[in-house]
Design a protein around this ligand. Structure first.
Ligand code: HXC
Length: 257
């Protein structure tokens, strides 16, 4: 294991990243950011990987940015390239990422989950943006992604009050994809990830790119992008194979190109 704060493992076409700072409830210090970004970008560059799972422990996905590390910082420490800028690279990876969340996903932990494409939650999961209590606000996407996920009024209530919500409420308001019993979280995450990773890689990249764009661009531009990505897939081997397999009534054998 080349990393200090995470464990990394490959299961078939799925890359697993497990946050491993139990002494601090997986608080996201700069080393966690560096390790997580390095591991995720390495999986992203590997065509043998079709999905990534990020998870924590039973007690905490991540209890936020590391408050003890942040406490003494000044505004200038967040100049371009400093602070938490490397998190951007995590959000930019092209491979689908599933967050498997048990226990606390607070502050930066909630923001990390929202940088993923699917959030699978254990019934023990707790989400929130408590930064306001510390005299700050979410800093790696919390205000922007929460509004896009759950709408202005629910997001504003959570960000302004710092209130923590349980898995059932998170599911009701659309913050999580699905809730499962805590004991089944890792098996469910693996099954979901294996199913995604078996799909043709060019189509997975295109689907994620189109979905991501939908949160950023006007409808007409998004529709244009979708059309171009859709068309480009007709120049892949996997499209020919997928459609031939359908016609021949057999399972497809994708080569992920
Ligand atoms: C540093 C943390 C931490 C954090 C927990 N710990 N959260 N250390 N940064 N965010 C440490 C505690 O200090 C303690 O270590 C150990 O983990 C166990 O935590 P306890 O508090 O003893 O556990 P418990 O009583 O069960 O309470 C759990 C908790 C609480 C409710 C999650 O730890 C908590 O409120 N944590 C802070 C949550 C938070 O405010 N997150 C937002 C951070 S700001 P010691 O050694 O002291 O016993 C943020 C900004 C993001 O995320 C912006 C950009 C990234």
């Amino acid at each position: 294991n080349a990393y200090e704060t995470i464990r990394v493992e490959t299961r078939g076409r799925v890359g697993w990243i497990t946050l491993d700072r139990p002494e601090a409830l997986n608080a996201l210090n700069r080393q966690v950011m560096r390790d997580l970004v390095a591991a995720a970008t390495a999986f992203d560059a590997d065509e043998g990987i079709g999905a990534i799972v990020v998870t924590g422990s039973e007690r905490a996905f991540a209890a936020g940015a590391d408050i003890k590390e942040m406490e003494g910082l000044r505004g200038r420490d967040f100049a371009v390239g400093g602070g938490f800028d490397q998190w951007r690279a995590f959000a930019d990876i092209r491979t689908p990422v599933i967050a498997a969340v048990a226990g606390y996903a607070l502050g930066g932990g909630c923001e990390l989950a929202m940088m993923c494409d699917v959030i699978l939650a254990a019934d023990s999961a707790k989400f929130g943006q408590p930064e306001i209590t510390l005299g700050v606000i979410p800093g790696i996407g919390g205000t922007q992604r929460l509004i896009r996920a759950i709408g202005y009024y629910k997001a504003a209530e959570l960000v302004l009050s710092g209130r923590t919500i349980d898995a059932a409420e998170a599911e009701r308001i659309g913050l999580v994809s699905r809730v499962v019993p805590a004991a089944e979280l890792l098996d469910e995450a693996d099954a979901l990830a294996q199913g995604i990773a078996a799909k043709p890689l060019p189509a997975l990249y295109a689907a994620k790119a189109a979905l991501d764009a939908a949160l950023e661009v006007p409808l007409a531009e998004g529709l244009r992008l979708e059309k171009h990505l859709f068309a480009s897939l007709f120049d892949t081997e996997d499209q020919k194979e997928g459609m031939a397999a359908f016609r021949e009534k057999r399972p497809p054998e994708f080569r992920h190109r």
